[in-house]
Ligand binder design. Structure first.
Ligand SMILES: CC(C)(COP(=O)(O)OP(=O)(O)OC[C@H]1O[C@@H](n2cnc3c(N)ncnc32)[C@H](O)[C@@H]1OP(=O)(O)O)[C@@H](O)C(=O)NCCC(=O)NCCS
Length: 174
């Protein structure tokens, strides 16, 4: 845990710094553009766009946005985690982990029940994520099973749920 890193929701005026963190972390424009598109959409949750700040500089960012699982019985609300981005020179110091833990805690306190993501199968299980397909959720497009993961913020939240993830349209361009 890095004590000199402050985690807080984004504020007006942070947009350019968040864009830059995502651009440098991913080395391309797709993810920063996705963040901007999500911010402009109904999927955006201001409280769950978190920045990590060190010496008044934004060095990392995580976004959780709204999505649903389409089931035969209706739509189940979920959060989708991502992108998460740490400036290259600040990686592997626990900042990404701190942001993920903070976001999951805030989401749980807000009453959210399920989080899904696509990401590295060796990174996310440490936060409790498990392959989503065996839990009953299909991804909308072909994807390797192990990169699509889900986490129940409330134990049993996925019990009895079978369906397909429906992502915000902003994800179509990534
Ligand atoms: C992935 C990322 C968010 C992790 O944040 P971080 O602060 O560097 O990571 P932490 O210090 O919390 O954790 C370190 C662990 O992450 C792993 N890691 C770092 N980058 C990774 C990556 N791109 N994919 C998978 N694992 C990664 C490290 O190997 C290390 O694993 P270990 O604990 O088993 O040794 C950050 O490295 C990053 O922004 N990478 C570039 C953008 C990206 O790939 N985002 C995630 C898309 S799924």
């Amino acid at each position: 845990m890095l004590s000199d890193v402050e985690i807080r929701p984004e504020r007006p005026g942070d947009e350019a710094a968040i864009y830059e963190v995502n651009r440098l972390a991913f080395g391309r424009e797709a993810e920063p553009r996705l963040v901007d598109a999500l911010r402009a959409s109904t999927a955006f949750i201001p409280e769950l766009s978190l920045t990590a700040e060190q010496s008044d500089r934004i060095i990392a960012h995580i976004l959780f946005s709204r999505a649903t699982i389409r089931t035969t019985g209706g739509e189940i609300p979920v959060l989708v985690l991502g992108p998460v981005a740490v400036l290259p020179e600040c990686q592997n110091r626990g900042i990404g982990s701190q942001l993920i833990e903070a976001g999951l805690k805030d989401a749980r306190e807000m009453g959210e029940r399920i989080v899904v993501l696509t990401g590295h199968p060796r990174y996310y299980p440490r936060f409790g994520f498990k392959p989503a397909r065996p839990l009953g959720i299909d991804y909308p497009t072909p994807i390797r099973d192990e990169v699509f993961m889900a986490l129940e913020l409330t134990p049993g939240a996925l019990d009895g749920i079978r369906g397909t993830l429906a992502l915000p349209p902003a994800f179509d361009d990534v």
